[in-house]
Design a protein around this ligand. Structure first.
Ligand SMILES: [Zn+2]
Length: 425
């Protein structure tokens, strides 16, 4: 593993879509994202890899194994970013995977299983409000009827965005692969949270990926004059909403030992005038955790609270579950293998849950999947100041390399392994 080459390559990717002071913007299926993918393809070809782009725009680069019919060991992440995003989210995972292949080529390591690097399409929800689209398509979770309704903020449909990349909505389903094609999948990603930095650990090994349950709550009161309506005669929707917001915190705290968190990120007050008692409030509540029963316990506490607020304040409260996604457990065998390699490499590590979604969560019900986190300074992400040191990236890459070699099984010197790759110099 060559740290200087790794850093330089990361730097080159980060010139694509960069605007001074405004971070990196490579929204999915835009010319910037396509340029990053083109550059990735060029670098993979230089390493003698075969590259294809599937029907959803995932780029799949393959380093042939000595036994090409064996399932591949895959790794990768994504090159798309949010609007004004950072330099590490996603990109680190792709660049690290590329460095592993370069290092194997340097060391003339031939593996029995083929290796694949995947640069997933549209991981971020920043463009269409839906995340991990590429890995959903690859694992058969993409639903055409849903995708018909996707539009970005400029009114460009998902179908039109695909067409700008010479892809077709009619063919996306053919990006689906069969689980037998892959032996395992590994993703290296920045943590996007403060845990590793706080605990001063090099590596986080994810054991579960939390999933959101989302609620929409509407509190209906009665608008009236803020000067002439006595306090006892009001039906102030915002006061009811304020109780709910505080209740969301209480409910999540009561489930803290199971790692559940909850946030009210949207609060819209109507009519929103200084001299009118609020008539209605809409709240959007995001509840996340790795234990489905714990998320449901939070929802139950909230339902009880809605009843009590209704009775005390005479407000109408309507709530609707917008989505309830299932948390994903990662394979014990991949986590244990990563921990073994950490010990051997003398990297400090901890097991943790992932609070954010990743392509790894779709790959996890496909094949044994390992998700490696490296520290994010101040836990900051999706922001131009997102930062992870090259030392931490190098440690993560080293771990990824060891895990990939183990899973792809190196040919022993006693075996006559044909060399099926050739670097283009
Ligand atoms: Zn990411």
């Amino acid at each position: 593993m060559n740290k200087i080459r790794l850093e330089k390559t990361l730097e080159q990717f980060n010139q694509i879509g960069a605007a001074s002071g405004k971070g990196i913007t490579r929204l999915a299926y835009t010319p910037e994202h396509a340029e990053a993918n083109r550059y990735f393809i060029e670098l993979c070809k230089q390493e003698g890899m075969n590259v294809r782009i599937d029907a959803c725009g995932n780029v799949i680069a393959r380093r042939q194994g000595a036994e090409p019919e064996l399932p591949a060991v895959a790794c990768g992440s994504h090159l798309d970013t949010v609007q004004q995003g950072g330099r590490y989210d996603g990109t680190v995972g792709v660049v690290a995977a590329l460095e592993v292949v370069r290092s194997l080529n340097d060391r003339q390591v031939v593996t029995r299983h083929p290796l694949e690097i995947i640069s997933f399409a549209c991981e971020e929800s920043a463009r269409f409000g839906v995340s991990t689209i590429g890995s959903k398509a690859m694992t058969g979770k993409w639903v055409k009827a849903e995708a018909e309704g996707w539009k970005d903020k400029n009114g460009i449909s998902f179908r039109e965005a695909l067409e700008t990349c010479s892809l077709s909505m009619e063919k996306v389903e053919s990006a689906r692969r069969q689980p037998e094609e892959l032996k395992a999948f590994f993703e290296l990603h920045i943590e996007q949270g403060p845990l590793l930095e706080n605990k001063q650990k090099d590596i986080g090994i994810a054991i579960a990926i939390s999933a959101p349950t989302r609620l929409e709550v509407t509190v209906q009161g009665k608008a009236s004059h803020s000067g002439t309506t006595p306090m006892m005669l009001r039906k102030d929707a915002l006061l009811g909403a304020a109780e709910i917001i505080a209740g969301v915190e209480r409910a999540a705290l009561s489930e803290a030992d199971r790692g559940t968190v909850a946030t009210v990120g949207v609060c819209e007050v109507s009519p929103g005038a200084m001299n009118v008692v609020p008539e209605s409030v809409q709240l959007l509540i995001d509840i996340r955790g790795t234990v489905i029963e714990s998320k449901r316990a939070v929802v139950q506490q909230l339902s009880a609270l809605f009843g009590s607020i209704r009775d005390r304040r005479g407000l109408e409260i309507a709530s609707r579950v917008i989505s309830e996604e299932m948390p994903v457990l990662l394979a014990e065998e991949t986590a244990a293998s990563l921990a073994d390699h950490c010990r051997r490499l003398e990297l400090s590590y901890l097991y943790m849950n992932s609070g954010a979604g990743h392509d790894a969560m779709n790959m996890a019900d496909f094949c044994p999947t390992g998700l490696i986190f490296i520290p994010s300074t101040n836990g900051l992400s999706h922001h131009p100041e997102e930062y992870t040191s090259i030392e931490h990236i190098a440690k993560g890459t080293q771990l990824l390399e060891e895990a990939l070699i183990e899973w792809a099984v190196p040919c022993g010197s006693e075996q006559q392994c044909p060399q099926r790759w050739e670097r283009i110099s």
